[in-house]
Design a binder for this molecule. Sequence first.
Ligand SMILES: Cc1ncc(COP(=O)(O)O)c(C=O)c1O
Length: 383
Amino acid sequence: MNLSSKLPHIGTTIFTVMSKLATDCGAMNLSQGFPNFDASPRLMELVSYYLRHGFNQYAPMAGVPALREAIAQKTSDLYGVSYHPDTEVTVVSGATEALYAAITAVVHPGDEVLLFEPCYDSYAPAVELNGGVPVYVTLSPLSARGYRIDWAVAKSKISAKTKLIILNTPHNPTGVTLTRADLDALAELVRGTDIVLIGDEVYEHIIFDGRAHHSLLTHTELRERSFVCGSFGKTFHVTGWKIGYCLAPAALTTEFRKIHQWLTFSTITPIQYALADFLKEPQNYLDVPNFYQQKRDTFLSYLQHSRFSYTPAEGSFFQTASYKTITDEPDYDLAIRLTHEIGVASIPVSVFYHQRDDHRILRFCFAKDDDTLRRAAERLCAL
Ligand SMILES: Cc1ncc(COP(=O)(O)O)c(C=O)c1O
């Protein structure tokens, strides 16, 4: 059979490659973004309760009302904005689904989509599967503003065909966060256009040093044209549950749900009920920034004795570090070698660039227990 691939240039994701290699080598896996510790026992009890009490059939397409209400309540409490649970909040099977559904709802063949690279690797394939054209604004650690967005460059990439801009804050892989000034610059960029925005905000609760999370939905002008995607997997240490949500004004949500209903239709029922209860206790998400800040600080307290150089992550559970003073090897080769030789798996940051720009930087996930962080960092310090 001669099957013509829709994504001929796409192979297995680096996350799968590195996680498998880590397992094969018995290495500590600081590559893929998932915790090596469990979620709250209370959350487990709640899921178990709903599993055992008959909440096991299809949930409503948009999500169980109690969870949509709890998400709307959290959003209002944290950001002072109101999203209607019936028409503006949708529960999805992970943020990846939300991103795919939002991109599919918006992008027609030939439309251009502005992506800031390095970027999460699901964006471009989703754009391309819809016939869209990714247009890249390349952020480099070497530029004057570091990985921060130069809005003049972004403006130079806008054309009559630009349909969508995707933003990610806190950012994977760089750990950088958007500021209020960034949101204002973005508003200026899209004012008077029909450009739609997606805010990939899966790390909204993983933000450090007292920073506020500047969500697209906190900006009145941006909110009306934005899909904002969240992930309970990231927030509550349960990435394997693949459950998240999308907030968007009613007109956008209507189109979003048309796609969502044919992608997955609905999301796992007992976990939705459990999360609805769990969200009623705000401390469950208010404690998350401190929890991860301790992880970041623990990891960096060891890494400061190494020859890596880095700027502490502002958010997300990733720390990038330059190894330029250690070796000149390509980042991909080094990530593989370190997995084999010192038993520490990481992600080469070049994979987040469409042309594989290699600035000799590795990304380490610090969502690990303290002992793993210490042992991994000790080995990195020996380099
Ligand atoms: C920036 C970013 N967006 C989206 C996702 C996917 O989230 P989920 O597991 O909820 O699909 C990830 C997961 O690594 C991510 O890092």
